[in-house]
Ligand binder design. Structure first.
Ligand SMILES: [Zn+2]
Length: 231
């Protein structure tokens, strides 16, 4: 299992933690999680890809050499065609920007996230870019908790978006938890601080509290720029 980087992008840090850090710019890491197995390769989230020009006013994307999803896969001797399953935690633009690279993969997304992405409320509109999730790909709409493979389980964690899901990966004694934007930073989980971008605040806190009950957990925070590799 490996963290892949699609570089980072700037945002107001208050978008990551509710009612804190207004006016502070944060360089948010963009992480995809690669899970390789004998029979299939799974990728969790696909990064931000190339943002439309009008988003440049709010977000600057920065990449070091080799920090694209394609280049990162190559480091592991893989091409996009070698990925069998993509799990999108949700369909905000910074999590599905490279979905189009994987026309052969099967995409696991919660059904209500897929539905909402096409017609979001006014306060979530900017977070969804239709061209990113509407690429020529095949979605497998999921309803609730779902076992993807022997050791990979999808767990609904709504609140940040209506159909947000986190991913539990069981490896020997450890439970790796790809939180997604249910907990973009460590402090969201440690201090029970909900994210700043919200669909429903009460659900967001319930989701954090549920993630905190997982035993022997190693949490992966979607945008924390102090956590760039797995330990
Ligand atoms: Zn998000």
């Amino acid at each position: 299992m490996f963290l892949l980087s699609d570089g980072c992008f700037t945002l107001d840090k208050s978008l990551l933690v509710y009612t804190k850090y207004q006016g502070q710019t944060y360089e948010a890491a963009l992480k995809a999680l690669l899970i390789t197995a004998d029979t299939e390769n799974i990728l969790v989230d696909t990064g931000i890809g190339e943002l439309p020009e009008k988003y440049g006013k709010f977000h600057v994307v920065r990449r070091e050499r080799n920090q694209t999803i394609k280049a990162q896969l190559k480091i592991h001797h893989l091409t996009p065609d070698d990925i069998h399953i993509i799990i999108n935690t949700h369909l905000h633009f910074d999590h599905c920007g490279n979905n189009y690279l994987f026309p052969k993969a099967e995409f696991y997304v919660q059904a209500n996230e897929l539905r909402y992405a096409y017609d979001p409320d006014r306060f979530q509109k900017a977070a969804y870019i239709r061209d990113f999730f509407n690429a020529k790909i095949e979605y497998k709409p999921i309803q609730g908790k779902h076992q993807v493979s022997d050791n990979v389980i999808l767990i609904p964690t709504p609140g940040h978006s209506p159909g947000h899901q986190s991913v539990l990966i069981k490896m020997e004694e450890r439970n790796y938890v790809y939180c997604g934007d249910a907990a973009p930073l460590q402090e969201n989980l440690k201090q029970r601080n909900i994210p700043g971008v919200l669909y429903r605040a009460d659900q967001a806190l319930n989701s954090i509290d549920m993630l905190r009950t997982i035993k022997n957990a190693v949490y992966i925070y979607s945008h924390d720029n102090e956590q760039l590799t797995l330990v």
